[in-house]
Design a binder for this molecule. Structure first.
Ligand code: HEC
Length: 395
């Protein structure tokens, strides 16, 4: 039984959950978390993990390690892995690699384990695992974005780049944008040519701007861009222009024949990856605006325009920033708040990150939305109209 004077009294859990992540750098908070991790109540132990998963400072404490080691060995749940990922400690790397290499846990768990390691090594089985996430139609939108990010930040060998080149024909807009820097990292013309040929086949080629491609292919022989990518890109842009002219009639059809309840299922099933960035009720992530009442302020036409041409009408407070840090990393993100220590951002994979002010070398506001063009190409026209009808019905 919890004693009334026990500060970890379960009645105070909500308060502790709220408070501790932001003060986790203090000794008192760390001691409380230690006690919570070994508390007799399972609810309290879970709370301790949630607190560790919610912290953004990378704080670690040796007293926590044995409990986390044990949980990782016995039951590597998503919460345990989220908690471990937030600790700035390479202590778990070997055990995490072992979870990733074990074929038994769910794929999402193995991927999460790999993502939580401090130095991601993509070789052999782990490379196959990450690549598999991008080719498996059953992978969730978040898993795909995560896998693309891991491939983009890893140092890949030429045969590995050639092995993933065919993926570029079918990647969704976010993964395409995330993986594109691979071209720049591997200056070999053979890999550049292979990737360009695949991007040219991708129906969402127009989702990235021409300048993105020019930058990615800047170190490649110019004819790769000029004769392979540019023609395909121009054709896709022309198709987009034609679609712009159809906006009015598409909106009318969404109003007349879109099926809202089918639209709801499409959203929940991850169609168009909308829920990777938008919350509706309890589903989805808060990168873009909450769409729970979007129908009260937007017409079918507005909604369609937001989906087909996201950068035309930028919702305020959701501008995309490209933040560069002194370690050479670039993060595309929406800024949630400015704290005393730095910027609290939510990146394109939905991860909250605290970027300390002194490490920021550049912060550029992008003229384009974080919401990519071409999402409509990932579903049929009927599905698109159903989705619009559902969003319009949310008042
Ligand atoms: C990568 C993240 C991302 C994805 C995926 C995404 N959106 Fe967005 N969306 C945003 C952001 C950021 C904004 C705000 C900036 C802007 O207006 O473009 C936005 C804006 C919107 C708006 C306008 C909201 C308003 O208040 O006017 C609508 C409607 C919308 N999105 C619908 C969708 C639908 C439907 C999908 C799926 C087909 C989708 N979004 C997928 C990030 C995303």
């Amino acid at each position: 039984m919890a004693r009334a004077d026990d500060p970890i009294n379960p009645a105070r859990l909500a308060f502790l959950n709220e408070l501790l992540p932001s003060v986790i750098t203090t000794k008192a908070a760390q001691e409380l978390v230690s006690r919570m991790l070994s508390h007799p109540s399972a609810t309290v132990r879970q709370s301790a993990l949630s607190i560790l998963a919610a912290q953004t400072t990378g704080t670690s404490n040796d007293a926590w390690l044995p409990t986390l080691d044990k949980l990782l060995a016995e039951a590597p749940s998503p919460l345990v892995l989220d908690a471990i990922k937030k600790l700035k400690s390479a202590h778990f790397d070997t055990a995490l690699q072992a979870v990733a290499a074990d074929p038994n846990p769910a794929l999402s768990i193995r991927l999460k384990a790999l993502d939580a390691t401090k130095s991601v090594k993509l070789a052999g089985d782990t490379f196959t695992l990450v690549k598999g996430v991008l080719t498996d139609p059953a992978s969730s939108a978040a898993a795909k974005i995560q896998a693309a990010g891991m491939l983009a930040s890893a140092t890949l060998q030429k045969p590995q780049v050639l092995e993933i080149a065919p993926l570029f024909a079918t990647l969704g807009p976010i993964e395409l944008k995330t993986l594109l820097p691979i071209v720049r990292k591997n200056k070999d013309p053979e890999t550049g040519r292979a990737i360009a040929a695949e991007i040219a086949k991708n129906p969402v080629i127009a989702s990235a701007q021409e300048s993105h491609y020019r930058t990615a292919f800047a170190d490649q022989p110019p004819e790769i861009f000029e004769s392979i990518l540019h023609p395909a890109y121009t054709k896709a842009i022309e198709a987009t222009e034609a679609k712009k002219r159809q906006l009015g009639s598409l909106a009318e059809r969404a109003a007349a024949s879109g099926n809202a309840s089918r639209g709801q299922s499409h959203f929940a099933a991850g169609k168009g990856t909308c829920m990777a960035c938008h919350k509706i009720g309890d589903i989805g992530r808060p990168i873009g605006p909450d769409l729970s009442h979007i129908g009260a302020i937007r017409t079918e036409r507005d909604i369609l325009e937001s989906i087909l041409f996201p950068s035309n009408t930028l919702a305020r407070d959701y501008e995309a920033h490209l933040i560069e840090t002194s370690d050479g990393q670039q993060t595309m993100a929406v800024i949630k708040s400015h704290t005393a220590e730095g910027l609290l951002v939510i990146d394109i994979a939905g991860q909250e990150k605290n970027i300390p002010h002194p490490t920021i070398t550049a912060d550029t506001t992008l003229p384009t939305s974080l919401m990519p063009m071409g999402l409509d190409q990932t579903m049929s026209e009927t599905e698109l109209l159903d989705l619009v009808a559902w969003l319009r019905s949310l008042k």
